[in-house]
Every structure is written in C-alpha cells, then in structure tokens.
Design a protein around this ligand. Sequence first.
Ligand code: FPP
Length: 256
Amino acid sequence: MPRCFGALDTVVVMTKSDKLPRHVAVIMDGNGRWAKARMLRRIVGHRKGVETVRVIVEECSRLGIGYLTLYAFSAENWSRPKTEVHALMALLKKYIRMEVPRMQQNNIRFNVIGAREELPPDVRQVVSDAIAVTSGNTGMTLTLALSYGSRQEILRACRCIAADVTSGRITPEGVTEEGFARYLYTDGMPDPDLLIRTSGETRISNFLLWQLAYTELYFTEVNWPDFTAQELHKALADFHRRERRFGLTSDQLKEG
Ligand code: FPP
C-alpha cells in the first residue's frame, strides 16, 4: 500500500513504482540549531538526528531506492570541540552496532566512504564488522560518509593514479572519466541522482564534488531532526518533476 501524506497544500504519494532516484545522497544539517532553538545541548540534536536517520533509512529501503548515502561526519568536523567529536563518535558506534540486525532484516548492505583510518579503533572495528556481516545483502546500499572530504578524496585518487603511472600500471592517456572514478571511495556506486540538504543552507560543503556533476539538488528549510518520511516524499516528488537533460536539449531527449 502506498503511504499518503497530507502536505500543506498538496498530498504527496510515492509508491515503489514511481520514477525514483536510484541514488539519494543527504547532507544532514541543522542538528545544532534544532537543539539551540529548544535550549538543549547540541548532542541532544544529534541524538534526535539519529532517530531521523532510522526513519529515512527504513523508508528509502521500503521504497526500493538502491543507494542512500549520508554525510555523517566530515573531514572538517574533526575541528569541532573535543566533547562534540567524542559524542558523535560514540553515537555512530552505537547506531551502527544496534542497526546491524535491522539491516539484515531489511537486506541492507552497509558501506562507508572516507578516511576510515582516521576513525578511533573501536569505531573502525564496528564499521568493519557491519560491512562484513551485511556484505551479502542485495537490497539498498546504505553508505555513511565518515571522516569524508571530497577534495581529500580527489587528491588521494590523483596520488594513486600518479603512483600507478610511475610504476607503468597505467598510461596517462588511460586515465578516462570512468577510470578516474574507480580511484574514488565511491568506486562501484552510481553517481547520486538526488542530493538533499536540510536546514536552509545551500552549499555542497566538500561532499561528493566529482560525483554530483549531474545530480539534482534539493534544499529544504527543515532541520535534520524534523526531517520526516513526509519531507522525504516531498523531495522525491520534486525530483519526479525535474527534467534531467545531461547537457542535451529537451527535443533531443524526446527523440531519444
Ligand atoms: C550537522 O548538524 C550534522 C552533523 C555534523 C552530524 C550528523 C550526524 C548525525 C545526524 C547523527 C549521527 C549519524 C548517524 C548516521 C548515526 P550541525 O551540528 O552542523 O547543525 P548546525 O549547523 O545547526 O550547528
């Protein structure tokens, strides 16, 4: 049964058969502001944010979205106050550990992109375990971007390519767009079709800069802790209305 949600002036209904993005990426922003508006500590906003993660993961999986990628901790987030970094690491560890049984139940494959080597050893362990346990699942791929920065990812790819050229494994001419993408953390994943950013900010913030080349962008004022399944459906309905031309004209698309 499709779920119906009554938005202010419209009813948004998405079903499994609707034209869905294959890959949805999300910049989950506004946890701190959500907490501040309620005179609560920032960590309370992050905890509420984890509840939203659960709801959105479940809904994307139920709808049949193939890939969901969540920006959970950026390379730049290490510079936040130590207490907040510590609390976020603890939350991530708890979330991943607790969600593995549900991922198994929902056939979800868990994945991480980013500088995993920079994560604390206990978080690294939980991440490796979750990836291993869910590796045989064939439903949605849930990717958390952890200690992730897109410029860093691109630089890392360039260094690896330079090393491979030096050692003669590849030639400079052999570095094609597809070949370059294979050196990124997202190797094997399709580029995002839809990027959602919550909290009213309209920036990309060093997230998937290469991969977002033709992605549809959706910005909402809603803070991440208040982002519901209904808000997700609004974003999907908006995506549904977009014409993706990939540099071609409308007429060419109709002919093709
Ligand atoms: C941005 O809000 C959010 C983050 C930096 C972290 C996102 C983390 C979570 C949603 C919780 C943990 C995630 C998982 C997957 C378990 P902000 O703190 O920058 O908010 P602000 O801009 O209002 O201060």
